[in-house]
Design a protein around this ligand. Sequence first.
Ligand SMILES: Cc1cc2nc3c(=O)[nH]c(=O)nc-3n(C[C@H](O)[C@H](O)[C@H](O)COP(=O)(O)OP(=O)(O)OC[C@H]3O[C@@H](n4cnc5c(N)ncnc54)[C@H](O)[C@@H]3O)c2cc1C
Ligand SMILES: *[C@@H]1O[C@H](CO)[C@@H](O)[C@H](O)[C@H]1NC(C)=O
Length: 601
Amino acid sequence: MTMYRWNILALLLIAPSLINCAVIVNDGDIDEQGLYSKSDHVVILTQRNFERRVYGQSHAAVVQFYNSYCGHCRAFAPKFKSLAAEIVPWRNIIQLKVIDCSVEENNEICREFEVMAYPSIRYIHEHYVKGNGNVGDRIIMTDTAEKLKAQLINKMHTEQSMGRLAFAPKFDITSYATYAAALSGVPFDTSYTFLVFENENSTIGSELALDINDYKQVIVKRVYDTSELAVVAGLTHFPGLVAVHSTLDTTNLTPKNTAKQNLLRAVNTYLKSKHYTFPVRDIADQDVLPYEHSDENNQRTSDSDTVYYSDLEKTLKTSLHTEITRHKSLSGEALNALLNYLDVLRTTFPFKNNNLKDYIEDLYNTLQSRNQWSGSDIYDLVKRLETAHAPIFNTQLEYIGCKGSQSKYRGYTCGLWTLFHTLTVNAAQKSGTKGPKVLAAMHGYVKHFFGCTECSEHFQAMAARNRLFDVKENDKAVLWLWISHNEVNLRLAGDITEDPEHPKIQFPSVSKCPECRLARGAWNLPAVYQYLQNLYGAASIQEYRRARSAASAPSPFSNLDIGMLSLLYILSFLILILVIKYFFTKRFYRKRHYKHGMGKV
Ligand SMILES: Cc1cc2nc3c(=O)[nH]c(=O)nc-3n(C[C@H](O)[C@H](O)[C@H](O)COP(=O)(O)OP(=O)(O)OC[C@H]3O[C@@H](n4cnc5c(N)ncnc54)[C@H](O)[C@@H]3O)c2cc1C
Ligand SMILES: *[C@@H]1O[C@H](CO)[C@@H](O)[C@H](O)[C@H]1NC(C)=O
């Protein structure tokens, strides 16, 4: 009876939001998610519109699978957007689409598509069908929009040679001796044929053909630059461009600078001079102003070093809902990595309530019952146990300490560092030597589950360099993670993923912990250790945001010039290497003369 009432109550509470959804979503398309919005000329895919927008289309597609918190994905987004804007005229032939795999509801799709690196780019040919292990064709990631475009064109060449993309311009390249021969195959109603003389590997002719694929009675043909016809046309540099009217009147349009943009301009100028009627392009969604995502609460966050329970819970939830469920199938080393992660959570997480602890225990124990799990079974298990132990979270599940000044900054990756610092510190506060196990678990987690591919690769390389697996004591585990995190901070300082409101510093800052530094900038390790203990220890973790204290004094570094700063960075990098060396050659902390040792550095 009571159960029944609860259900009704729940229904009443949920109903309005359902109606709301229905109104906003209607056809399942949404205007923005993660790093992209519709005004970026990409199709935003979600679990709701994926089938309708990917399968059985009359055009080909390039789908980018990304994680909104992965730095590499963030850095790549502007390039992808610029390509999308550039190829708007190709939309009848190929379109760019994106899906944010860090959104929980999209998880199943990313798993089905076996996406294990972010960003991942797949080519989906027209009339694609679901199933049969169809996960698109992998396109190799590139670092520029220009290179990606070239890759797409090459892919389209291959597709066409396999009989697909019949609705696209013909990409093949041929040799001709005469204009008449060059025009022999074109449709009878063609008024203008543009011959692009180039070598087989050049993509300019195809690009031009795609750019003007919607021009009526106009054809672009690729011709070998070694053709006899090139001599006939009097071409001296390549790619060459010659307009041939249906009357066989020819005009050499080759610009001095043969960038594609100049060829396109030459074509348009020529056609204009012939009073050609250009197609009316639907630019309705092209003139939307670029829109900066910005949080309503954009005020400067206080730079206090405080760990919030809410950050830990939100990180944990994201990790369990969207990261550990990523693999299509999980066994062996990866399953082991998951068990190790849950094991250190179970034993060293500073639980504030027993529900969360029981839930993690239950998850840990249940996962041990099989040698192999599918990602979707793990997801079902996570959801089932979460309900069984509800409520497991204490907070609103929002980032407080890890909140970025804009939504594209910080968040989950910050949460993950915070979580693992908290775990190493709390392991050190307990009996036994779980600290090194935390590091090993972090290594396994980052290797197998962390959805930021480049972070994962960097971290594994760093772990090998800094000898993560040689750490045998709790206090060293705490310091290993601190110094390694500083190494990452050093590498990322000034990177485009850096939140301007939260610059990457060598942590802790001089103002937060003056005693952490010795003369000449060397670290005072016992003081650093103490600082980390105070910051990440269970007793210091804040449940809610503390009332803002009086404005903190301005940082003494704010007026330092760039040269000085880079010098400091180089210095701290050297110190870092020295500290790591010191680490493994001398015993740390218990030796009294240790401080003097550092002083000599
Ligand atoms: C394992 C791992 C590898 C990563 N690799 C990359 C990468 O290769 N490329 C990339 O672009 N991004 C990478 N990231 C993300 C990047 O490190 C940051 O998390 C992200 O840029 C957000 O930075 P942030 O300002 O929130 O501070 P974070 O660096 O995320 O730090 C979070 C908080 O930890 C505290 N903190 C900072 N330094 C230390 C320290 N030395 N010891 C203890 N506490 C500290 C501070 O309070 C800080 O606010 C990685 C993240 C992780 C977890
Ligand atoms: C085109 O590329 C292929 C493969 O890289 C190469 O063998 C060939 O020589 C290239 N052709 C020209 C004209 O550069």
